[in-house]
Design a protein around this ligand. Structure first.
Ligand SMILES: [Zn+2]
Length: 123
């Protein structure tokens, strides 16, 4: 299924998770329904300590609706780190980074190769 966008509710949830976990990072696996990213599973671990997040993602049941990942950058930088670029292709095609201060514009979408992805905010 082609991914057309991300639900506004899910995006708001990502900002809330960023605030709740600040100054730590959260990592989540994203799932799509009908081409819209609208569900998440929180994953223990961080991408800075990359192995732990990857380990728990490997433990999740294989899901054809898995769309990618989301995680936070408590330092507010919205571009992917070298560790993110190694992590992205292992999880899926679309990746969201939300950053401090977790306001409505404090996010970016990326493809697995780290190029910006245009994701329409739906709802
Ligand atoms: Zn990162």
């Amino acid at each position: 299924m082609a991914i057309r966008g991300i639900s506004r509710d899910l995006l708001m949830m990502l900002f809330e998770l960023g605030k709740e976990h600040h100054p730590n990072e959260f990592v989540a696996v994203l799932r799509e329904r009908s081409g819209i990213i609208q569900d998440l599973d929180l994953v223990p671990g961080t991408i800075v300590g990359e192995e732990s997040a990857s380990f728990f993602i490997d433990m999740l049941p294989l899901d054809i609706h898995q769309a990618g990942s989301a995680h936070s950058h408590p330092n507010g930088v919205l571009s992917p780190s070298p560790a993110d670029l190694r992590f992205f292709p292992t999880v899926g095609r679309y990746h969201i980074i939300v950053g401090y201060p977790y306001g409505e514009r404090d996010w970016r979408g990326y493809r697995a190769d780290g190029h910006p992805a245009r994701l329409e905010v739906v709802g």
